[in-house]
Design a protein around this ligand. Structure first.
Ligand code: GAF
Length: 396
């Protein structure tokens, strides 16, 4: 029983769709016309480098946000969100001129309002129901999942389709403008374009991506939720981003993408603050590690991928200072454990999840090891690389 509570299992598209449709019919007295889904994500490596135009290597996961909706022939947008706990949240706001939409209360509705405000054409009043099993505040991108799911639903309602890269950029802008989180492009990109059985090596400068096949024959990607809730809309994330930008400016570059390790000496000569130099060192090293990890993953050289995971974690913990005691503890429990290639924190940090590349045969033993040694209450899931956002078929 105890063990069951430690596993997060995706409900599946069909179950979430039925739940959303049933709730819609009860709430609004008719059937929805459009349904869309968008997943969460786990980043394998390439952390805190997307906003520096670096490379990232995320996968989309089978936990989903599903949205169903239809027009309501009024000037009002009505939203019902059903949380995993069963609790419901409701909000409504005018579907007036987009420029009149402003961030405000309740905070959760800002993710939806931001998408409407950034949709390329004016949206008429609609009713929607949102259901999701993407763990919230866990660093697996529940925010991008809701933004991209709602954007996709609006494409279906209005008939106005947008290219995938443009969609990711507009959803990123929605997050900047409304919840006020100055995120990079990684989350919206992978949530929009994730591929089953693949990670994407995303070049956050050109916004092109290469598919990296992940063969789960003997290995497995274990995600461990520390259950320390992370919150990125505070000051820490924007501060890291600003420090990286400061380093780039001092070097006369638009971003740290073009910087190399010798530039760290130049920064020192220019009298740059040591903290800023440490942030730059993380970014330069992490971009190199990510490119190498994509190659080694393709070659099935898991030993090397694992070493890069540990290096990434140590750099995020010591140089970038975005880890926390609990994530460091989980990674330390896995260090040198039999069957572990490597482990690291994943996502924005300050809580959330760790990701580990492990041998399938050792999976259960490793979970037991964490359960017996970790001081918090971990929740596990095995990361299965999945498809990005899509329309769902409604049974009329
Ligand atoms: C958060 C952000 F939203 C991403 O853009 C990225 O910067 C990530 O933190 C860290 O790699 O998820």
């Amino acid at each position: 029983m105890h063990e069951m509570n430690c596993e997060a299992i995706p409900k599946g598209e069909g179950v979430l769709l039925r739940q959303a449709t049933d709730r819609f019919i009860v709430a609004y007295g008719r059937r929805p016309e459009v349904a869309a889904a968008a997943p969460g994500r786990v980043n394998l490596i390439g952390e805190h480098v997307d906003y520096c135009e670096g490379f990232v290597l995320p996968v989309a996961i089978p936990f989903l946000t599903v949205v169903v909706g239809s027009y309501n022939n009024t000037d009002v947008c009505r939203v019902i969100t059903v949380l995993a706990s069963g609790e419901e949240l409701e909000a409504s706001f005018p579907a007036t001129i987009k420029a009149e939409l402003r961030p405000g209360q309740p905070e959760w509705a800002n993710y939806i309002k931001g998408v409407i405000a950034n949709f390329p054409i004016k949206v008429n009043g609609f009713d929607i129901v949102v259901v999701s099993d993407v763990p919230m505040g866990s660093g697996v991108s529940s925010s991008a999942a809701i933004e991209v799911a709602v954007f996709t639903l609006l494409e279906g309602l209005t008939g106005r389709m947008v290219s995938l890269v443009e969609k990711a950029k507009l959803c990123q802008k929605a997050e900047h403008d409304f919840p006020g989180m100055p995120c990079g492009i990684m989350d919206q990109y992978i949530v929009t374009m994730g591929k089953k059985d693949h990670a994407l090596l995303i070049d956050c400068k050109s916004l092109e991506a290469k598919q990296v096949p992940i063969k789960m024959e003997n290995i497995c990607i274990l995600v461990i939720n520390s259950n320390v809730k992370h919150r990125l809309t505070g000051s820490e994330y924007p501060q890291r981003r600003a420090q990286c930008q400061e380093a780039a400016c001092q070097l006369g570059l638009t971003s740290l993408r073009a910087a190399n390790m010798q530039d760290l000496d130049r920064l020192r000569d220019l009298g740059c603050n040591e903290l800023v130099i440490r942030r730059a060192r993380h970014v330069i090293g992490e971009i190199q590690r990510t490119v190498e990890a994509a190659i080694k993953l393709t070659e099935k050289n898991y030993k090397r991928v694992g070493e890069l995971f540990y290096q990434s974690h140590d750099s995020l913990s010591k140089l970038m200072e975005v880890s926390c005691v609990e994530l460091d503890q989980i990674v330390d429990i896995l260090r040198d454990a039999p069957g572990v290639y490597g482990a690291r924190m994943t996502g924005g940090g300050f809580g959330g999840c760790a990701v580990a590349l492990v041998q399938k045969s050792e999976l259960d033993a490793l979970k037991q090891r964490i359960l017996s040694q970790y001081k918090g209450k971990p929740v596990f899931f095995v990361c299965v690389p999945s498809e990005g956002a899509r329309f769902l078929k409604l049974n009329h």
